[in-house]
Design a protein around this ligand. Structure first.
Ligand code: ATP
Length: 751
């Protein structure tokens, strides 16, 4: 990373367009990163309207001004649409205001319109200043002092329609809102055997509709980029829903993006869908338009984290940009923060919109990228009412699915996807009850298409799960089961003990030829401590559970001066602790990876005392459950309480199993489905080719890939049950400095 020059810069930060949960996290990180770097931060309230109006809209921000805002939805500095900024005169006034306030760097957090506007302002900058000088609105020396406007954009829009970034701030939270709503609607729809049409946001972008269909197990989805041919949908849709009912479904849910069209570009509205379904299915159909519910509410853990990382990176960008360099979009690609020329991103976004508006849907899909098209294919398979009939020329394989380890939300989602994709390919799918114990005891049942109905959204593990690791005579029993049931391949969805067990089977292949079948391990554990994948299914749900719990814990302390020590799971892996610390603004995170010394604790006590003396009301320390065997959570609580000597009190909150429970988050549902699909496809390929790979599937740098279990073995610390290298450890410095009391030393507000 480039060093920041030691000149004082003044950075303007504005949020614009529709508000999006997570904007506050970006603002907080941007302000604090700026102050930490010795720059000044100025919030420009009400977006471009404030930029044009000037005056009070420009508010200098100190460290505390952005304390306690991360959990709030919307944007605390306001956003507004501004017609004035669309005009040259409006932008002239905006440039004058920026110069008069001494702002030489600008960070715009908003949707595609806002970022287009930012790009325009940047490109017009020299001309605008010349015009201001000519019109005697600013002095020539002033214009000379600001020859450039360093600019960075952050995509923030629940629609997720900005090209150049995988995710815009707010889209994940919106998916949470939609999933909560559709899960609720499914329950009532199933009770009454009803059909619901749910309209979600997305004028030119079907991201929310498509992902919410994938993550809720809805029956059909209509999106702008993949329209039905003409009015064929009026026949296809009722036919599909009827077939679903005949196959045993009690509820039918159709998700319609607000910008859905047919191949002629004619809008398909939720109301039209309702009328068609009512007429052709002869039953009552209800419409739910989710509207602004999707924007509201607290940001998800992902949006808090991403907002934080993007806000931080945007400030680094403007402070290190070479004179005359082009403005950049700071975004996320493959789970990493990236920068990309803003004008290219704006142009690519414009092209998708133009392709959708011009009915060039192939082009629109191509521009959206291959994973968008893959998701459409996956959704189309999963929402079939019944699988394709098996082809008579193809051998029907018998593939078994089991779960092993602790329960992780998303295991059911993965099992459902695996079963349906296997069945749709014409194979038989077997569910093993109770992990490897079930394989030892032969506790296995054949699963049909409808046996996994409703599993997309269900937490826990319907197949049953435990941590049994086969030993001694168990191998013989498992070999018998595999032979007796003619199992051709095995998919293990689970955690450390599952990976360990699968590896043990493969190491016994010489003694037991029955184990010469393909075996794939799909990482599913809230601890996120498995090798071969940056993320495990279940970790995102656990993180959300922690962040929600911490929000409540913080609120419980309004009337007191209190410090909480919150213990989170993860075993020896600090992923949950660090990410929860970043997403909730904890002062301190204790990880096993870093260890805890008495000197650390002494320093923490000193810091706590200093900041509570300075007026602080709330402290938050997050401790990984295995951070240190001696300095337990209770020990830390007693130490801080004793040393705090009445200045503040201390409470512990051991979050325990609530982190493992709950319905999977949309992200975990999507990840589980993606990984399960690829796993089953690979099992089929291997079994048909007569090979017997022993592999783990994983998501690395945004790519789904397989790694030999034996190779992974070399990349782990077996005693501490975690990978030797963990990608997320590089985020520690950001967490540390964002949580400190601030350069001014004042810390009156919670983090
Ligand atoms: P969302 O995705 O939530 O709609 P957005 O940023 O796309 O967010 P817009 O209403 O399109 O929202 O844009 C926000 C503001 O950005 C506008 O009110 C206007 O002030 C400015 N803006 C947008 N497009 C342009 C443009 N082409 N030229 C100048 N200003 C623009």
């Amino acid at each position: 990373m480039k060093e920041i020059e030691k000149i004082t810069h003044r950075i303007g930060i504005l949020t614009s367009g529709g508000d999006a949960p997570g904007m506050n996290a970006a603002l907080r990180a941007a302000v604090r990163t700026a102050l930490e770097a010795g720059a000044e931060a100025v919030a420009i309230r009400e977006g471009y309207r404030g930029l044009v109006e000037g005056g009070d809209a420009f508010r200098p921000m100190d460290w505390d001004a952005v304390g306690g805002i991360m959990h709030q939805g919307g944007t605390v500095i306001g956003t507004a649409r501004s017609e004035a900024f669309r005009t040259r005169e409006g932008r002239l006034q905006a440039a004058q205001n920026l110069v008069e306030h001494g702002i030489d760097c600008l960070i715009v957090i908003g949707g595609d319109g806002s970022l287009t506007a930012a790009d325009l302002l940047h490109h017009e900058w020299t001309g605008l200043l010349a015009e201001l000088v000519e019109g005697r609105r600013i002095a020539a020396e002033m214009a000379e002092r600001y020859p450039r406007l360093a600019l960075a954009g952050i995509g923030a829009s629940i629609d997720n329609d900005m090209a150049g970034t995988d995710m815009s701030i707010g889209a994940d939270s919106a998916l949470h809102r939609i999933a909560e709503a559709v899960d609720g609607i499914s329950a009532t729809a199933a009770s009454h055997q009803r059909t619901f049409v749910v309209e979600v946001m997305g004028r030119h972008c079907g991201y929310l509709a498509l992902m919410s269909c994938l993550s809720t197990g809805a029956d059909a989805v209509l999106i702008p980029e993949a329209p039905p041919a003409g009015d064929t949908w009026t026949d296809i849709l009722p036919r599909r829903l009827r077939a679903g009912r005949e196959a045993g479904r009690r509820d039918s849910i159709v998700i319609v993006a607000e910008g859905a069209v047919d191949s002629e570009g004619r809008p398909i509205t939720a109301e039209q869908v309702r009328r068609v379904l009512e007429e052709k299915m002869a039953e009552e159909v209800r419409v739910t338009i989710l509207g602004h519910v999707q924007r509201g509410g607290a940001p998800s853990a992902y949006d808090r984290l991403m907002g934080t990382l993007l806000g931080h990176a945007a400030v680094r960008e403007v402070l290190t940009a070479a004179p005359g360099s082009e403005p950049q979009l700071i975004g996320v690609r493959h789970n990493r923060i990236i920068r990309k020329a803003l004008d290219e991103c704006v142009e690519a976004t414009r092209q998708v919109t133009a392709a959708v508006e011009g009915n060039d849907f192939n082009q629109a899909l191509e521009l959206r990228g291959s994973s968008f098209s893959d998701t459409i294919d996956t959704v189309q398979t999963l929402l079939r009412s019944l699988p394709h009939p098996p082809s008579p020329e193809r051998r029907r394989l018998r593939l078994a699915v089991l779960s092993s380890g602790g329960p992780a939300p998303g295991m059911n989602t993965a099992t459902r996807a695996a079963v349906r994709i296997g069945l749709d390919e014409g194979h038989q799918m077997l569910g093993v009850h109770g992990g490897f114990r079930g394989l030892i005891d032969g506790d296995i049942e054949e699963l049909g298409w409808m046996s996994v109905r409703g599993w997309t959204t269900a937490g826990g593990c319907e197949l049953g799960i435990n941590r049994t690791i086969p030993r001694g005579k168990d191998f013989y029993a498992i070999a018998r089961t595999i032979e007796d049931l003619s199992i051709d391949g095995l998919l293990m969805i689970g955690g450390w003990s599952g990976f360990d067990s699968a590896l043990r089977l493969t190491r016994k292949r010489e003694a037991f030829p029955a184990f010469e079948i393909p075996i794939i391990c799909l990482p599913a554990t809230i601890n996120n401590n498995l090798p071969g994948s940056e993320l495990s299914v279940g970790a995102d749900t656990a993180l959300n559970a922690i962040v929600e719990a911490v929000d409540k814990i913080k609120q419980s302390a309004v009337a007191s001066r209190r410090c909480f020590v919150v213990e989170v799971m993860g075993r020896y892996c600090g992923y949950l602790a660090l990410m929860a610390g970043l997403a909730s603004g904890a002062e301190r995170v204790y990880l096993n990876e870093e260890g805890v010394t008495i000197a650390d604790l002494e320093k923490d006590v000193e810091d706590l005392i200093a900041s509570f003396k300075d007026g602080k009301r709330l402290g938050l320390m997050i401790r990984n459950e295995e951070a240190n065997p001696c300095y337990t959570t209770q020990f830390m609580v007693s130490l801080f309480e004793e040393e705090g000597r009445g200045l503040f009190d201390v409470r512990q909150a051991i979050l325990g199993h609530l982190q493992q429970g709950g319905n999977p988050s949309p992200f975990d549902r999507i990840l589980a489905t993606r990984l399960a699909k690829r796993s089953v496809e690979r099992l089929i390929d291997e079994a048909e080719a007569g090979t017997a790979g022993a592999l783990a599937i994983g998501l690395n740098n945004g790519v789904v890939e397989f790694t030999e279990l034996e190779t992974l073995r070399r990349h782990v610390d077996a005693d501490l049950q975690r990978p030797k290298t963990q990608w997320w450890m590089e985020l520690r410095p950001i967490a540390q400095f964002l949580a400190q009391p601030g350069p001014s030393g004042s810390a009156k507000t919670p983090a």
